[in-house]
Write a protein that binds this ligand. Structure first.
Ligand code: GDP
Length: 354
């Protein structure tokens, strides 16, 4: 790798703008969403004493023969599991299991559960999770590199849709690089989407726009799957729908870039920001506050799922070290990286524990 050429103050300023994170926006968004719903579930807590008691009792019988399902969402004391029969169960994790593995279930986890004879107040069957099956892929939280153990957030997703906007807001390339690494390190295929391509017409000629298009081309040259979309004109929406079909896709990217609009463009009935799902509470709508998996319309069973992770716009770089970071920057290794990618590499390198 060559030494870094010197930059003018103006260039430094521009690079800083491109690489800067918008974490404050994301925190605000998370706080806004973390409201009514958690109170709602705290209230439920008292209604679940029978289920919690069942979690503490001795397990019996053969775990292998129990029905399996996928975790849809984790709440503070219980989680929702969709069985392979498509029925949703309200579950708690067997306490001995939590102790033995020190593992918490996360959205996307595949589990085996034992049904109890109890039902919740919406007549949904309750069950105890007896086993957690091995994870194929795993995303962790952004702060987890400071922790001793990884803090999982999404399991078993196939791919990560990294959404940025061509403008409004301008892309933060440093964050996009981090998301690409988080996806790959977790075993997920990254797909980079530059949404709001219609804004090129009004923003044409601006320096940031040229930068964005050149950056997209650079990612493409490294073999990253990239798309340009517009919810307004419909550009790229069919291609995006095709990419999502039959897969489990985690949505990533800043608030305001158009994630929920893109999902609505593909499936008008699904509003991930409202938590969809009138059949979820049966009592009207509420805002989603934690990661949740949503089914995409089934075309002969080939629908796929999207996982929205409100408030978690930055995933951890678990297993990424100063020694192996260069593997995620093939352009840096090949000495073909433009200045902003070298800068991005340096920033991430410095953020990793030494
Ligand atoms: P999210 O926070 O990432 O889910 O973003 P939203 O889907 O809520 O979109 C944020 C804003 O951008 C909304 O006002 C949308 O109407 C707007 N928006 C979304 N997609 C596009 C697009 O392709 N073009 C334009 N011009 N605006 C868009």
């Amino acid at each position: 790798m060559k030494g870094k050429p010197k930059k003018s103050p103006r260039e430094k300023d521009l690079t800083a703008r491109y690489l800067a994170g918008g974490l404050d926006e994301d925190r605000l968004e998370a706080q806004k969403r973390f409201g009514d719903k958690s109170k709602h579930f705290q209230k439920r807590k008292t209604e679940r004493t029978a289920l919690l008691r069942a979690a503490g009792e001795e397990a019996s019988g053969d775990v292998e023969s129990l029905p399996a399902g996928d975790v849809l969402q984790v709440h503070s004391l219980f989680c929702e599991v969709e069985g392979d029969d498509k029925r949703v169960r309200i579950c708690v994790v067997r306490r001995t299991l939590t102790r033995a593995t020190s593992a918490f279930v996360v959205v996307g986890d595949r589990v085996r559960f034992r049904e109890t004879t109890t039902f919740d107040d919406q007549e949904r069957p309750e069950a105890v999770i007896e086993a957690m099956l091995p994870r194929r892929t795993l995303l962790t939280r952004a702060d987890s590199f400071k922790a001793i153990e990884a803090q999982p957030i999404v399991a078993n997703a196939d791919q990560m849709l990294i959404v940025a906007a061509l403008a409004e807001p301008w892309p933060k390339w440093g964050l996009i690089d981090r998301m690409l690494i988080a996806a790959r390190a977790g075993g997920l295929l990254p797909i980079l989407v530059l949404n709001k391509s219609d804004l090129a017409a009004t923003r044409g000629g601006q320096r940031e726009l040229h930068f964005a298009l050149a950056a997209l081309e650079h990612y493409r040259s490294m073999g990253v799957d990239t798309l340009q979309t517009s919810v307004t004109t419909g550009e790229g929406i069919a291609t995006l729908a095709d990419r999502l079909r039959g897969r489990t896709t985690v949505l990533a990217g800043h608030s305001g870039v158009g994630k929920s609009s893109l999902i609505r463009a593909i499936q008008p009935a699904l509003d991930i920001r409202i938590g969809a799902i009138s059949n979820y509470t049966g009592k009207g709508r509420h805002t989603t506050t934690s990661a949740r998996r949503y089914p995409l319309a089934t075309d002969g069973g080939q629908g796929g799922y999207v996982i929205d992770t409100p408030g978690v716009k930055l995933f951890g770089l678990w297993n990424v070290t100063r020694d192996n970071l260069a593997e995620f920057f093939p352009d840096v290794e090949a000495e073909t990286a433009p200045e902003w990618r070298l800068e991005s590499y340096q920033r991430i390198l410095e953020s990793l524990p030494g």
